[in-house]
Design a binder for this molecule. Structure first.
Ligand code: NAD
Length: 440
């Protein structure tokens, strides 16, 4: 794959992008990162100026104050967000995160990423993201429940199975989705399971949802390996992040025959040239506060050393901005499978492209989660639930098809898979928008 062409300077377009008055955008800003890729793809598509403005703008931004009576009797007010980037292909879809550093720029970037991710994988949703600025680790279950319910009540007109469908994200889980579902249902005077995805199976969740993102990483990694002639049984893999995405990706790649030589989490990295026993690592974390610290089946390394290992596949599945202009040249993997959102900066992309590393971009590699969320929404609306086997088979089919389309688009334009994915996604949403036309 060739490297990405440099975008032309464009003053009108620069003005078209809504920017926060403060803080200023910096290099690692996720919105800017997204827009840098968007611009390159828009140039390749020779996107009309007006369409560019439309697709780089956020459709709606909701900011709401969420008052919560804390356990000690005091009243605290939290800032909640719901950003809808686009709903041209269908209702908007995206997670809700609880974190102290939630901010509007991040919400806007993640909402736009959801638009492109849904379009790449072919699910009929637009993109959204929500969050509440809070410190969930310092809050009791009762406080988190009141926070979730009031946030939902404040945004009751925004959410809905045909309008905007939340899901879990950082520091939110099945329980939070259950409270959201219940609050929405109480207001609607009927049980409305399709208003959220990623909820417990007992109240309308889907089989296979928990593993879906890691499974998608495995499927796209195998598809990429096929393209460059690597065989699972002879391939080595390093996985950064051992949470939901990383641990499932490691487990499933192991099942397919790969040797997982390194894993890591926030406590550091762990290396074993003969292969790490992933089941043993999972069992270990269960008894050790969900962390690998002190895991006896491997020797400790740093997260930076893990990224630079001599492996066939590197799967960053932890957080954003891990592979940057500073360390990209050290990457020796042939394939990078981005389980995390935004783990590679645009500067790093250029270096990786030059070095011939095949990067499976986040909007493709980690789209398994939103794909099974779509299956969950379909099942809720049908009132008919699929077996895990059916979910996995359909996921496999959709992810493989998406990989093929991205790969073909990249080959056609001699560009990276990442820009190929953006070209595919932007074209799809732009074509749909043109068919629908602009109202009034
Ligand atoms: P998680 O909280 O379950 O796991 C995150 C893991 O990363 C943990 O093991 C944590 O210890 C580790 N980690 C944190 N900081 C680290 C660091 N500096 N170095 C190394 N490891 C570190 O989260 P998750 O659901 O697995 O999500 C991981 C990434 O995947 C995020 O970027 C998320 O946005 C993205 N993602 C998740 C899903 C999903 O369905 N869960 C879907 C799409 C994208």
């Amino acid at each position: 794959m060739g490297s990405s062409p440099t975008p032309h300077p464009r003053s009108v377009r620069d003005r078209a992008v809504y920017q926060e008055p403060a803080p200023g955008l910096d290099k690692d800003n996720p919105f800017q990162s997204m827009m840098e890729r968007f611009d390159v793809a828009a140039d390749i598509l020779e996107l009309d100026e007006g369409l560019y403005e439309y697709l780089s703008s956020t459709a709606r931004i909701h900011i709401t104050s969420v008052p919560v009576r804390m356990d000690d009797g005091t009243l605290q007010v939290f800032e909640g967000y719901r950003v809808i980037h686009n709903n041209v292909l269908g209702p908007s879809k995206g997670g809700i995160r609880f974190a102290p550093d939630v901010n509007l720029d991040e919400m806007k970037a993640l909402a736009a990423w959801m638009t492109w991710k849904c379009a790449v994988v072919g699910v009929p949703f637009g993109g959204a993201k929500g969050g509440i600025r809070c410190t969930p680790k310092e809050m009791s279950p009762g406080e988190l429940e009141r926070l979730t319910r009031r946030y939902t009540a404040n945004l009751i007109d925004v959410f809905g199975p045909e309008k905007d469908i939340p899901a879990p994200d950082m520091n939110t889980n099945e329980q939070i989705m259950a409270w959201l579902l219940d609050t929405y249902s109480m207001h609607m005077r009927r049980t409305e399971t399709a208003v959220v995805t990623g909820k417990p199976f007992l109240i309308g969740g889907s089989r296979g949802r928990r593993e879906a993102t890691g499974r998608g990483v495995m499927i796209t990694t195998l598809a990429a390996m096929e393209r460059i002639g690597l065989h699972a049984s002879q391939s080595t893999v390093a996985v950064q992040g051992f949470g939901n995405v990383g641990s499932v990706a490691a487990q499933l790649l192991r099942e397919k025959g790969c040797t997982i030589v390194a894993i890591s989490d926030v406590s550091g990295g762990y290396y074993n040239a003969n292969g790490i026993d992933i089941d043993a690592a999972l069992t270990y974390t269960k008894g050790h506060d969900q962390q690998l610290a002190g895991f006896p089946g491997a020797e400790p390394i740093t997260n930076q050393e893990l990224l630079a290992l001599e492996v066939d596949v590197l799967a960053p599945c932890a957080k954003e901005n891990q592979i940057t202009g500073k360390n990209a040249a050290d990457v020796k993997a042939k394939i990078i499978a981005e389980g995390a959102n935004g783990p590679t900066t645009p500067e790093a992309d250029d270096i990786l492209n030059k070095n011939g590393v095949l990067v499976i971009p986040d909007i493709l590699a980690n789209a398994g989660g939103v794909t099974v969320s779509y299956f969950e929404w379909v099942q809720d609306r049908q009132g008919y639930f699929w077996t895990e086997d059916r979910v996995n088979r359909r996921l496999d089919r959709m992810m493989r098809r998406a990989f093929r389309k991205v790969y073909d688009t990249a080959e056609e334009h001699d560009i990276s898979l990442r820009i190929g994915a953006y070209v595919l996604a932007i074209k799809k949403v732009a074509d749909a928008l043109q068919l629908r036309g602009i109202y009034a």
